[in-house]
Write a protein that binds this ligand. Structure first.
Ligand code: FAD
Length: 393
């Protein structure tokens, strides 16, 4: 008697936000799923993450929203401040008719997704570094030995340095950008900013540097220090607090608290592929559509797209996997690329000198039609949004 599962078998490479989301969604739709993670355990870096409306809706559809947002921070406004600490743009959020966002610690998001995957019957294999050997999706380990076999679909969620993508030569544009960020988390303190600002999300600009102030729970403050990669003092880890205090004297107490705190620098990347699939192998998340974090949408897009992929693969009577993957890409790609383009454009704000940038942000802040365009670009309702309305199995 055949033991083939009702929907088919999926092998997934990489247990980050994308791999865990698509694994859970497929498991909930009746697939047998094996998820390979090369690290010995599944972990997140010690930073916060903005989860916007699209990501929150994806979590709801998986039945994981309430657990993911336990302890999350819900800020009232997203502010931009100029080099003199003047508010130049202010976008109200999280109130009726406004964009919705939660900031949470990454380990909370990842551990919730792991629980969701386990509950959906996903087999998670850690310490398993794999890649594909051909378009039929045959999986091999680092020694070139076959790992299992017979998958109906293979999904590469192996991050921005995806070996699967490179194996198939799918890249048409890969910009290793000249900007990046150091991320850290410190305990929240009443001394960092005035009481009226404490709960806000604030992006401070000075020269070609930015500081992003993000409360991510009642006790945790996530800080991102954005700079040019060539700015060696600012991109140094551990953080050179003196150089940051020189740019942001009004944040001295906060910046001094970063001394000796574990930190991680990442250079931003932008990626565009010729196709998101090759034969029965699909690519998703940063492996397929990495974007700089100026909209805080890389993870949200990954979750939204993972749900779309699981639906396209599970649609009744939709024919061979190759055709389903093509239909998925046609439906999802326009919105994902729209979001990528906007986040890529926003890098230009770092290049504008302080005075004209203040005027520009002041203008966009006052001009209703443009004011929130930075976020609206990423918050349009995705194609096939009705999938968000389905309750998790
Ligand atoms: C500074 C910064 C701030 C950001 N802020 C936000 C934000 O606020 N909101 C937001 O939505 N997004 C944000 N992002 C983007 C977001 O973090 C990424 O888009 C998201 O984490 C990508 O997830 P992923 O699963 O595609 O890739 P990854 O998180 O890179 O996961 C890939 C996984 O695959 C594993 N792997 C790799 N190769 C193999 C292999 N051969 N075999 C097995 N396993 C393998 C890796 O170990 C890893 O676990 C930010 C990014 C940066 C750099």
């Amino acid at each position: 008697m055949s033991t083939k599962p009702a929907q088919g078998h999926a092998e997934i490479i990489g247990a980050g936000i994308s791999g865990l989301t698509v694994a859970t969604a497929l498991g909930q739709r009746g697939w047998s799923v094996r998820l390979h993670e090369r690290d010995s355990e599944i972990r997140a870096i010690g930073a916060g993450i903005y989860v916007w409306g699209n990501g929150l809706r994806a979590l709801k559809a998986l039945g994981l929203h309430d657990e993911a947002v336990v302890g999350a921070h819900i800020g009232p406004v997203l502010e931009s401040r100029d080099h003199r600490n003047r508010v130049v743009e202010s976008i109200p959020i999280n109130s009726a008719g406004r964009p919705e966002v939660r900031t949470i610690m990454r380990d909370r998001l990842i551990s919730t997704l792991v629980k969701g995957a386990e509950a959906a019957g996903v087999e998670i294999v850690t310490g398993s570094e794999v890649t594909v050997s051909g378009s039929d999706g045959a999986l091999v380990n680092v020694d070139g030995e076959s790992v299992g076999g017979g998958a109906d679909v293979v999904i590469a969620a192996d991050g921005v340095r995806s070996r699967v993508r490179d194996r198939f030569g799918l890249t048409v544009c890969h910009d290793h950008m000249k900007q990046g960020a150091t991320r850290l988390t410190v305990p929240r303190s009443d001394d960092f900013v005035p009481a009226a600002d404490r709960d806000k999300y604030i992006e401070y600009f000075s020269g070609r540097r930015r500081v992003l102030y993000t409360p991510s729970s009642a006790t945790a403050l996530y800080v991102a220090l954005v700079a040019d990669e060539s700015d060696t003092a600012a991109s140094k880890v551990p953080v050179d607090t003196d150089t940051w205090v020189r740019s942001f004297p009004h944040l001295e107490t906060l910046l001094r608290s970063l001394d000796g705190v574990p930190a991680r620098w990442d250079t931003f990347e932008f990626l565009k592929l010729r196709s998101w699939s090759h034969g029965r192998v699909a690519l998703i998340g940063d492996a397929a559509h990495a974007q700089p974090p100026y909209l805080g949408q890389g993870g949200g897009c990954a979750m939204m797209n993972a749900l779309g992929l699981a639906d396209a693969l599970s649609a009744p009577g939709a024919g061979p996997v190759e055709g389903r993957l093509a239909a998925w890409e046609a439906a999802e790609r326009p919105l994902i690329e729209h979001t990528q383009q906007w986040s890529y454009r926003l890098r230009l704000l770092n290049l504008i000198p302080d005075a004209p940038r203040s005027s520009l942000l002041g203008l966009t802040g006052r001009w209703k039609g443009l004011g929130a365009s930075r976020m609206r670009a990423a918050l349009a309702v995705p194609t096939g949004a009705d999938r968000f309305d389905g309750a998790a199995a």
